[in-house]
Write a protein that binds this ligand. Structure first.
Ligand SMILES: Nc1nc2c(ncn2[C@@H]2O[C@H](COP(=O)(O)OP(=O)(O)OP(=O)(O)O)[C@@H](O)[C@H]2O)c(=O)[nH]1
Ligand SMILES: [Mg+2]
Length: 203
């Protein structure tokens, strides 16, 4: 099955989130994580396209970018999308902060709290750095809100198997989660597993 990404819009306030006329109420998957963790790259790798416009300057994604993924069969694109992807702005780049919400744009919390079709949050944590308090905060918040989420460990290609294993164990322990899927946007590692999780909510 091929999915064709169609850019919907870039929202900088809750008033601009795409409505049912654009999403058809289809399940939405949000990509969350610190700035520069690799959100846009992961979306590109999943889609095999440059749709999410990877930034070279950290902190460039300052809006929520929405994409509708349309199934293409026999050269025809379905009118109703299968899934919606939301690429969120990063947190925690400029300085160490005690609260995510303090430096996260105001529209993120309403998004996570109220977005009706939000079916899965993909939380990205960097496997190359020690556990970050801001990531723990986000994971804790999602647990509290009872939002389904999956945690992926990014940039796994930069580490040896041995070090990656150790770092994943530390991250799981510190963030109090059972599973982190190691991924690499460079090599494509972990993409099939992550796609499975996404497909599971998109039916
Ligand atoms: N080696 C390696 N580098 C990666 C990987 N994913 C992302 N990067 C690099 O990390 C940097 C940040 O990637 P982005 O995808 O722009 O990160 P982002 O989370 O979207 O950043 P913001 O939009 O600023 O929040 C870029 O220089 C990427 O090339 C990966 O899997 N492996
Ligand atoms: Mg980005």
């Amino acid at each position: 099955m091929r999915l064709n990404p169609v850019f919907l819009l870039s929202a900088t306030s809750a008033a601009h989130f795409p409505t049912e006329s654009k999403t058809f109420g289809r399940p939405e998957v949000a990509f969350l994580g610190r700035s520069n963790v690799g959100k846009s790259s992961l979306i590109n790798a999943l889609l095999g396209s440059k749709e999410a416009r990877v930034s070279s300057t950290p902190g460039r994604t300052r809006a929520i970018n929405f994409f509708a993924l349309h199934e293409v069969t026999g050269g025809r694109q379905k009118a109703v999308p299968s899934i919606i992807f939301a690429d969120l702005p990063g947190y925690g780049y400029a300085k160490i902060s005690k609260s995510i919400s303090a430096e996260w744009p105001k529209f993120i919390e309403p998004y996570l709290a109220e977005r009706e079709n939000l079916a899965l949050c993909v939380c990205l944590v960097d496997t190359n750095i020690p556990p970050q308090a801001s990531d723990s905060q986000l994971i804790h918040y999602l647990k509290e809100m009872q939002r389904p989420f999956v945690v992926v460990g990014t940039k796994a290609d930069r580490l040896s198997k041995n070090v990656l294993g150790k770092n994943l164990a530390t991250l799981r322990q510190e963030h109090e989660i059972d599973e982190i899927i190691p991924v690499s946007s460079k090599t494509g590692a972990g993409m099939p597993v992550l796609w499975e999780r996404i497909q599971a909510v998109a039916t």
